[in-house]
Design a protein. Structure first.
Length: 314
């Protein structure tokens, strides 16, 4: 998806609630006008126009302004019904009741959109667009017992050097590009999430050892295949390390997949980075038990590998 299409989709998602609010207010205005109350009807139409006028978003108003306005407008229909009833004007009651039902349905749709938007915010990473760690854990726990699945944990090698040398905006660019390459390479049916910081996780349903190893290797190659633009014309290569764990080959407990893949990932880091290690091939190193290098410690000298990134060589 291109940047322009992303912006277009974002604008559509942002503007649709305003359109729905305007529809609710316009429907309420029709109900009020039907009852012969001109002034409230005009007010409702003004509110509807304000909801459609997207520039009003630039005006700083209290957060509860629009919900309160919707509440007032939605209650206008039952009030009109009561007034008409006490006036003895029963001829229009069925039409007014139908209009009231329409308003309530529109409001129900508005609330449904709000719930869906809150769920999207809770399960989507704002920087990369990938699912969050919470969403990944939920999908992992929802796996059917006995179904084969692979977990791949990936970590950008020496990511701290990017932030230190070029600043956090450059680091954000790296995260976004790496996320795009992971998503494009993983393909359909694979859950890709930003697990935390510069770490990513993939959930691959139905994968065996060969499928998991091949996919992890393709991901590693895809990330390191082309230089990344860090801004101001600065191009650098980055690499990733990966660890894989399988169900049921490595464990029969889904909750153990992440720790096993994490141990394999840090084995890959210990062995020189820019490589893939399976959980079955990861020895019980002390680093897998929590004794990981501190900020001033250095890893052992990396083993020979087919490619080194410019960041690492710098």
């Amino acid at each position: 998806m291109t940047e322009n299409s992303d912006v277009h989709t974002f604008r559509e998602r942002r503007h649709f609630p305003a359109l729905l609010d305007a529809t609710i207010m316009a429907a309420a205005a029709a109900v009020i006008a039907w009852a012969g109350f001109v002034a409230p009807a005009v007010l409702a139409l003004v509110l509807a126009g304000a909801a459609l006028q997207l520039s009003v978003r630039k005006i700083k108003v209290p957060a509860l302004t629009r919900p309160v306005a919707l509440a007032v407008v939605s209650l206008s229909a039952p009030v009109v019904l009561l007034v008409q009833y006490h006036r003895g004007q029963l001829r229009d009651i069925p039409l007014l009741a139908a209009a009231s039902a329409l308003i309530f349905l529109l409001i129900l749709g508005r609330m449904t959109l709000l719930v869906a938007e809150q769920h999207r915010i809770a399960t989507a990473d704002t920087l990369t667009g990938l699912c969050t760690r919470r969403a990944f854990q939920e999908r992992l726990q929802a796996l059917r017992p006995g179904r084969p699945v692979a977990v791949i944990l990936l970590d950008i090698d020496r990511f701290k050097r990017v932030n230190d040398a070029f600043g956090h905006p450059a680091g954000d660019r790296v995260l976004r590009v790496v996320a795009d390459r992971l998503r494009d390479t993983a393909g359909p049916g694979v859950t890709v999430c930003r697990y935390g910081g510069e770490e990513f996780a993939l959930l691959v349903p139905g994968a065996d050892a060969t499928r998991a190893a091949d996919l992890a290797e393709h991901l590693r190659q895809a990330v390191g295949a082309a230089a990344l633009d860090l801004g101001d014309g600065i191009l650098r290569f980055v690499t990733i390390s990966a660890g894989t764990a399988l169900l049921p080959a490595d464990t029969t407990d889904p909750s153990e997949l992440i720790p096993l893949a994490d141990r394999a990932l840090y084995t890959a880091k210990h062995a020189g980075r820019d490589r893939v290690v399976a959980a079955g091939a990861a020895p019980p190193l002390s680093i897998a038990e929590g004794a990981r290098p501190g900020p001033t410690e250095e890893w052992p000298a990396p083993l020979p590998r087919p490619r080194r990134s410019e960041l690492e060589a710098a």
